[in-house]
Design a protein around this ligand. Sequence first.
Ligand code: NDP
Length: 333
Amino acid sequence: MQEIRLASRPSGWPTADNFELVELPTPELGPGQVLVRNQFMSVDPYMRGRMNDVESYVAPFEVGKALDGAAIGEVVASNAESVPVGATVVHGLGWRDYAVLDAKRVRVVDPSAAPTPSAYLGLLGMTGLTAYVGLLDIAQFREGDVVFVSGAAGAVGSVVGQIAKLRGAKRVIGSAGSAEKVRHLIDDLGFDAAFNYKDSSVRDQLRAAAPDGIDVYFDNVGGDHLEAAIKFLNKYGRVALCGAISQYNETSAPAAPRNLALAIGKELNLRGFIVGNHNDRMPDFVAEVGGWLREGKISAQETIVEGLANAPEAFLGLMRGENTGKMVIKLGE
Ligand code: NDP
């Protein structure tokens, strides 16, 4: 089997030298364990934070040890009655082609309920749940709201926008980093307005896209996006602070938002959240979003990179914006 290890800690933008592909013998199965042949693994922005040796809500990766993260695969050997050979399982040992786990650390899923198994890493997985919880519970979305979401063509953002439309938003506005992504948001996903944040200032483009202001801002980016959103939030506006990807590879502290004090007079509600603390919403999420998927009302956009050896490059591509929808690595059939 093969796994990818953290060879050294990056400073600023990671490079290929920070990763190492290692060949290993396939380990023996212990009692209650399963061997999973991974079909897809996920790369996610939060992994960048885990490459730093800092205290956070999740422990840092260790230098010289394999990275980990969400993966989906097929059980090919089992010492556990509850998880038979042939089962499709979601688990936390990505960044390798085969994984050995205690059966209680895998979740059996129905592959026929998704267009491809990889959907369990995106629309029907962690990023879909993040969109659902962040919009509905954290930002307290209400029918008739004007919603602005940054990182809108990505895994979380694309689902936020689609759920907002399906739940009766008055207007959904998205920002993304290319003309093609802007086209995709409007033509394929039904956003009412979208702009490329690289074209000119976020503030000016958001002003034009939101003539009546915004009620909800779903923040995936931080920095000047958050500053602009605070400016155009209406009274009692709500912000779900989901991520700040514009800052993950920076080595100095950000300048924006400089106008956080406006939150006082507008009586804004800005709330951070970590999706892992909201797993109680999984049944409602699967019922509602799974239903929309079966009815063809929501789409599971993905960017697929082939081969474990290309996973580090795919992770870097994610940080550079080379994905539309969920970035996943295909490891085998
Ligand atoms: P995406 O699929 O959105 O991929 C990341 C995207 O970020 C890229 O495609 C790129 O798109 C965009 N990006 C990169 N750099 C910048 C920048 N400087 N300014 C603006 N956009 C940038 O990733 P996810 O959907 O998985 O994650 C989105 C956000 O949600 C991240 O911040 C992540 O950390 C956070 N998150 C938080 C969770 C929580 O529990 N709070 C759980 C899951 C995710 P573009 O071409 O548009 O620049």
